[in-house]
Write a protein that binds this ligand. Structure first.
Ligand SMILES: Nc1ncnc2c1ncn2[C@@H]1O[C@H](COP(=O)(O)OP(=O)(O)OP(=O)(O)O)[C@@H](O)[C@H]1O
Length: 242
């Protein structure tokens, strides 16, 4: 995993591809609107996301980022329009989406390691040893191995965010949907985390949709940015044009 991480750091996002045989759209949003009482949180959003893409979702506070992430995850129904996830209907394999929302949904009375262990699924891993290897490797790469014994209630915001992301990756999802997952991390830690997501993108074809306000991260990103303004999707394209 470490060698792959080093390789992935040097990869240009434009050249990243999902593994062969795993291409094609993973989400279509057709004219999606979401209304909360008098607030129109999303307005006629048209969007296609391809399998294996890494996308940053940007926009001011209240622009509709969380609402769009929830719509993609199936946690929020559109008021009008529809979201199509072709893999749900392929009959071959269900699409597995893992979410990291701002509240992180960790269990405070349990340690960081215990929270990670809850991600173990014997139908995904050949053995518990293989799961533990992944858990230890991710914890080491993200610099939290010596703090795994801490209770979540005693952990700082950065540690909690790392645990939440590692837990999401340990479920080996097809798609990671993350809402401001690095708001408590400095730029070095944020880049390290981004390197790990690149690794999973290259290694497992992970699709990532990541809402962020982090301008430093966006500056060095050459993949696709989706920008929302007041519920409207106003830009979808290369970061350098925004
Ligand atoms: N459950 C809800 N009930 C009522 N209004 C809501 C609800 N969820 C979101 N909104 C409103 O919809 C709009 C978009 O909210 P959303 O949380 O999607 O924005 P955001 O871009 O994620 O903001 P932030 O960056 O602050 O998290 C806001 O005006 C918000 O107040």
């Amino acid at each position: 995993m470490v060698d792959m991480l080093n390789q992935s750091k040097n990869l240009n996002q434009k050249n990243m591809k999902a593994p062969q045989g795993q291409k094609g759209p993973i989400f279509y949003c057709e004219d999606v609107s979401v209304q909360f009482d008098e607030i129109l949180a999303l307005k006629n959003v048209q969007l296609t996301i391809e399998r294996g893409e890494i996308i940053f979702l940007t926009g001011a506070s209240g622009a509709g980022k969380t609402t769009l992430l929830k719509v993609l995850s199936g946690l929020q129904n559109p008021t009008s329009g529809k979201v199509i996830r072709p893999d749900f209907f392929s009959g071959k394999k269900n699409l597995f989406i893992s979410n990291v929302f701002q509240d992180l949904r960790l269990m405070g009375k349990y340690t960081c390691e215990e929270n990670l262990q809850f991600a173990y699924d014997s139908s995904i891993y050949a053995s518990k040893a293989e799961f533990n290897q992944d858990m230890n490797e991710l914890s080491r790469i993200l610099g939290i191995k010596d703090r795994l014994h801490l209770k979540i209630n005693d952990a700082n915001g950065g540690l909690k965010q790392k645990v939440a992301i590692i837990r999401a990756l340990l479920t080996r999802p097809d798609v990671l949907i993350a809402d401001e997952p690095t708001s408590s991390l400095d730029i070095d830690n944020t880049r390290r985390l981004f390197d790990v997501l690149n690794l999973y993108n290259v290694k497992r074809g992970l699709t990532v949709v990541w809402a962020t306000h982090n301008k430093d991260l966006i500056k060095s990103f050459t993949g696709r940015i989706i920008h929302l303004d007041n519920g409207r999707l106003v830009y979808s394209g290369n970061a350098c044009f925004i």
